[in-house]
Ligand binder design. Sequence first.
Ligand code: NAD
Length: 502
Amino acid sequence: MTDVLTDTAVVTHYINGALVESTSGRTAPVYDPALGVQTKQVALADEAEIAAAIAAAKAAFPAWRDTSLTRRQQIMFAFRELLAARRGELAEILTAEHGKVLSDAAGEITRGLEVVEFVCGFPHLIKGDYSENVSTGIDVYSTRGPLGVVGMISPFNFPAMVPLWFFPVAIAAGNTVVLKPSEKDPSAANWLAALFTEAGLPDGVLNVLHGDKVAVDGLLNSPDVKAISFVGSTPIARYVYETATRNGKRVQALGGAKNHMLVLPDADLDLVADAAVNAGFGSAGERCMAISVVVAVEPVADELIEKIQSRVAGLVVGDGRRACDMGPLVTEVHRDKVASYIDIATADGASVVIDGRDVVVDGAPDGFWLGPTLIDKVSTSSKVYTDEIFGPVLSIVRVASYEEGVDLINASPYGNGTAIFTNDGGAARRFQNEVEVGMIGINVPIPVPVSYYSFGGFKDSIFGDSKAYGIDGFQFYTRQKAITSRWLDPSHGGINLGFPQN
Ligand code: NAD
């Protein structure tokens, strides 16, 4: 399957259970970031292709909605088994198009697989309620049914995990899907859709539409698309939310982040340094839950920086197919943008402790490389602090107290993830209560919730009321009917124009 889906010159749409050649005449390049060369193109959908994908999902909806829960569950179990058995193939696709190292790609798939495993028990989560005899001979009960066609738009940084946050939940609940993956690493979505077909999913239930803003706008503006799940940067998340809600859709739009790690003076600095390096530089910092700012409550900063430096010195940056710790950035343009913050830091008076531009790599010379970068004494007015850099750039901000640190975190427009490192349980508990962030780690640097909790931040990191997966996911993709029922008997007759009451 890998050959069929990924080794073609043009990655094209997957509609109605099969690849469909694009006729739009528009494509975008797909690179192997570790080699720094274009390996494929991806089709960019036009209006006719958008309409075809939505029409396929719409046509598949009635039969899928009426497919028994048992049958849907069997297909989900089969998908789970195939995904678990063949995750290695998918990891290779992720590394070849995103650049993250193979072990990290495998980790991403495992977290997506956990959602599929959670979803396998979905009948329990869409059960209704029943109240007998609410009035004499009258029962009231509720059901949870699907919405119809759901549009999903995903970012480049988790080409497998983010789609897996959404489509298994929506499909289990009886919806049909049009998924628009990132054009930077599009093949994983096709691979997942073909695997689901192999597991027995009927054609048209999961369609993959490749494209750019044209495809996104097509989903946002189609009256046949009833809900939108989006993950990406904050400006686009805001745009998606505003446009789709104006069009009467249900929307969850998860945006960008700037995650702080608060280090109290009593913390174990060796563990803190390990965590900062792992969470700052894993996946080259291209994670929405990456730590990008270490807020060091003095006097720990100098000692912590030394410990981080010694750990970074041992990291191997290179081709993710080799035994490296960190891969390249996703594109040359993104690498150059991330690297430009190092000059901004110097101009703004910060101190560049480790300059990632000097990195020696275990990989091809033209790869989109930037090594781990550590910047101390970052001013909170600098763009290094205020922008989401989304690369391997870790800032240190020094503060005098816990209160100053929490105030700083709460002043951020973002509220995705945060962490506190301390051995003081009271301080950790206070932090959990006071910090205005959706996902909190206590001595855990990347607190991505497990699949039976839900994923989502606060403030500009999410637009809409529903988080991803977990119970929130099923609530988002279903709507409730309340049914009041009376089976007629002669005693129920008579005229009464008053409002129904007990
Ligand atoms: P992006 O916003 O550039 O793109 C996301 C999706 O939107 C892609 O499918 C893209 O094709 C589409 N898109 C891009 N520009 C558009 C436009 N003008 N109009 C309509 N659609 C458009 O994000 P990205 O660079 O792919 O991903 C990185 C971003 O995603 C970071 O900001 C990161 O924090 C965020 N992210 C957030 C979460 C979360 O759960 N909060 C998770 C992963 C990534």
